[in-house]
Design a protein around this ligand. Sequence first.
Ligand code: ADE
Ligand code: ZN
Ligand code: ZN
Length: 302
Amino acid sequence: MSWIVRSVAVAAMIAGLISVEPAQAYGRDGHRIVCDLAYRYLSDAARTEVDRLVAEDPQFTHFRDVCSWADEVRGSTHRHTAPWHYINQERNDPHVDAEDCAENGCVTSAIDLHAGIFADASRSDADRLEALKFLAHWMGDIHQPLHVSIAGDRGGNDINVLWRGERHTNLHRVWDSEIILDYMAGEWAWAPADERWQYFAEELAAGIPLAGVDVYTPLDPIGWAQESHDIVRSREFAYYWARAENAPIEPGDHYYETGLRISQQRLQAAGVRLAGLLNQIVEGRTQTARTVPDLPGSGALD
Ligand code: ADE
Ligand code: ZN
Ligand code: ZN
């Protein structure tokens, strides 16, 4: 951003007119946390390969930093990928399957595509690096419940929310960013805002009992999407009752607490599975004997 654009943006934010964060995916912190978690569970071989490819990137130096790139390019150089950040269901269709994917692609087909390119040793490093950057991003998106929701309100983007009595936002952003930001601001208020994600990642990692376990994850984007969809359909998510044209809904502290618990579980599941998928691909595994059993957040809520 040039300083002029930045000054205008800052002035507008102060005036409360616009917000600079795009409302399309897990916010930057969510994606960074997923990739930071994943990096901790990479096998030696997978970490070496990931580091080798990322070292060739002109823009980024560390794996965790590449994970929001897909949001940066969806409106410019990679417009065809814009629908690949989510998959929408018919309102009365609770089962996610391949036929629900839009003609131009969706998050489940994008995961298949980019896992395939990343796995293909005959492709160039540049292609495999780009596929890795996309794949790492999609694994975050598919675990954000509202990325597997219904089309009419664009995954909650059209549902106005007055968040905790003070911020005008929408339901999609609540789940991309607001819950995560509020939690971090409360827990690590003393830390600079752009460093808080590290503490959250550390805390989430401490809650994952995988010390010494080799993590492998078979490719199952439809299954992961189904989990997200089960969450958005659950009573506590309060999504199927909301209507885009209505006055803002005002979720209270109870919704925040529930949302935080779900968000923590989904970030953990996304991070562990991303690692397991990369491990499995890099090591060329076809059998999944050591697949991690139950992950937090992998079961449907009731
Ligand atoms: N645009 C349309 N549907 C969407 C969804 N489920 N998530 C994010 N953006 C969307
Ligand atoms: Zn996205
Ligand atoms: Zn989003």
